[in-house]
Design a protein around this ligand. Structure first.
Ligand SMILES: *[C@@H]1O[C@H](CO)[C@@H](O)[C@H](O)[C@H]1NC(C)=O
Ligand SMILES: *[C@@H]1O[C@H](CO)[C@@H](O)[C@H](O)[C@H]1NC(C)=O
Ligand SMILES: *[C@@H]1O[C@H](CO)[C@@H](O)[C@H](O)[C@H]1NC(C)=O
Length: 426
């Protein structure tokens, strides 16, 4: 939860073919290097994008445990998801955060003003739940709100920042998603940093996931730098929905990159385009690959919001693709930028930590029945190594060959599909 839609950004990345949206790659890297000097939140966390589960998109604010005991927001839900994260191999691939979203708490604080979990849905308490996670090699995330109430109408933290930070630390919480409902621009700017200080003061390492940027879209570099200074991740764009349209809107927004937010991302602080809806109700197999591939390119947090207990095997295979995860987790932490459009194919580049190497995404945002084949040279996408490059397919983990920068090669991209390449200098 829950940024309401305000205004749809006009999707101008789709307009002209062959349009250069960016300075040459070498210049761009130079700019990024300057942004890297921006100091991020110094709590040792999120050096690569965090991975795990987040309940909101799939399970929402379902509090009806009488009617729907397996899916309501309760300790039972988070334990059963955690069990699958361990038994089905998600944890061992890096998906370690089990994140509770809104609607977990009682409707009021206790007599000392402490937050308390809903006693019927979390009868064993939060410390018990965090112990459950920790004993399984997982981490527990919780949700709060910087304003007077959460988006779902539960108690907010505005006048209780120190007390709530201490409560979360006492409960053994590892991540706080801090929403921005029922606040104001001034209060967001005052209380997001204040909660960052209060979390630090508890002495417990708690990953701080802010929604500040989503509630105050000024689109200035300075705004994103403030987010990086106080937060480990910051939601950037509306709440994602389980639809192709919603996934595409996020991708276009990250292509426009208003305020140059891509340049602020790096180890310790990442833009958060919201949850993965892979394995839910609406995306096709190719569309699911698009979301996973592009979120990897964005160096985005990978929070699965799906019912892991009933996941389709092909969706699980996408989420567990080690090669794609490795692109997301590359220690350089660079966010991809949109380069050019060739026919209807968007070309995106993400510099990787191995010197001179890149992940390149070829994204076909359009339907149209038949794959699009494009022919290009590496020099067309600003690659400059005269000895050439080794190219491999990331999703399929297959070598494609070695190419000089002037050699032509062809890529065929399915409608509403993606091809992800890794390009390593020879
Ligand atoms: C608190 O901040 C200091 C200085 O920025 C940092 O060195 C320390 O690791 C932080 N502690 C926690 C628990 O985040
Ligand atoms: C947590 O709660 C469960 C069930 O309520 C109980 O069996 C278990 O002993 C508790 N564990 C801890 C560490 O308190
Ligand atoms: C983004 O960066 C470009 C080039 O570095 C610059 O021209 C532009 O003014 C920047 N825009 C913002 C909003 O900072």
């Amino acid at each position: 939860m829950s940024v309401q839609r305000r205004k749809l950004y006009h999707c101008t990345t789709n307009a002209n073919s062959q349009t250069k949206m960016r300075p040459p790659l070498s210049l761009y890297i130079c700019v990024v290097a300057v942004f890297r000097a921006t100091h991020g939140l110094d709590n040792g966390l999120a050096l690569t994008p965090p991975m795990g589960f987040l309940s909101w998109e799939r399970f929402g604010c379902n509090v009806d445990c009488q009617r729907d005991p397996d899916n309501c927001i309760s300790e039972r839900l988070y334990r059963s998801i955690a069990d699958v994260m361990v038994s089905d191999g998600y944890r061992d691939l890096g998906y370690v955060y089990v994140n509770i979203d809104d609607c977990w708490s009682a409707k009021s604080r206790d007599q000392q003003g402490n937050l308390q979990p809903d006693p019927d849905r979390f009868p064993s308490g939060m410390l018990n739940l965090s112990s459950y996670m920790h004993s399984r090699g997982l981490k527990l995330g919780i949700y709060g709100d910087v304003g007077t109430e959460t988006c779902g109408g539960y108690p907010g933290s505005q006048n209780f920042l120190q007390q709530d930070a201490q409560t979360f630390a006492d409960w053994g919480i590892d991540l706080l998603k801090f929403d921005g409902c029922h606040s104001s621009r001034e209060n967001l700017a005052k209380y997001y940093p204040e909660m960052s200080r209060q979390l630090n003061r508890t002495g417990r390492s708690i990953l701080y996931s802010c929604s500040w940027a989503s509630y105050d879209i000024l689109n200035t570099q300075r705004m994103y730098e403030s987010n990086k200074k106080y937060c480990n991740t910051w939601r950037n764009f509306f709440d994602i929905q389980d639809s192709w349209r919603s996934v595409l809107e996020v991708i276009f927004y990250y292509g426009i990159d208003l305020g140059n937010f891509s340049g602020v991302a790096g180890p310790g602080g990442f833009n958060d385009p919201d949850q993965l809806v892979i394995g839910d109700f609406s995306l096709s197999y190719d569309q699911e690959k698009v979301q996973f591939g592009m979120w990897a390119m964005f160096a985005a947090p990978l929070y699965i919001s799906a019912d892991l207990r009933t996941m389709r095997p092909e969706a699980k295979a996408i989420l567990q693709n080690r090669n794609v995860i490795a692109i997301n987790q590359d220690p350089r932490g660079q966010q991809a930028s949109f380069q050019i459009k060739i026919e209807n194919i968007q070309v995106w580049t993400k510099a990787l930590s191995f010197p001179g190497s890149y992940a390149i995404a070829f994204l076909n945002p359009e339907s149209g029945g038949t794959p699009t084949s494009v022919t290009l040279t590496l020099s067309q996408i600003k690659l400059t190594n005269q000895n050439g490059y080794n190219i491999s397919d990331v999703f399929d983990d297959t070598p494609i060959g070695t190419y000089k920068i002037a050699d032509k090669f062809s890529i065929s991209v399915n409608p509403e599909g993606i091809v992800l390449l890794k390009i390593v200098p020879l």
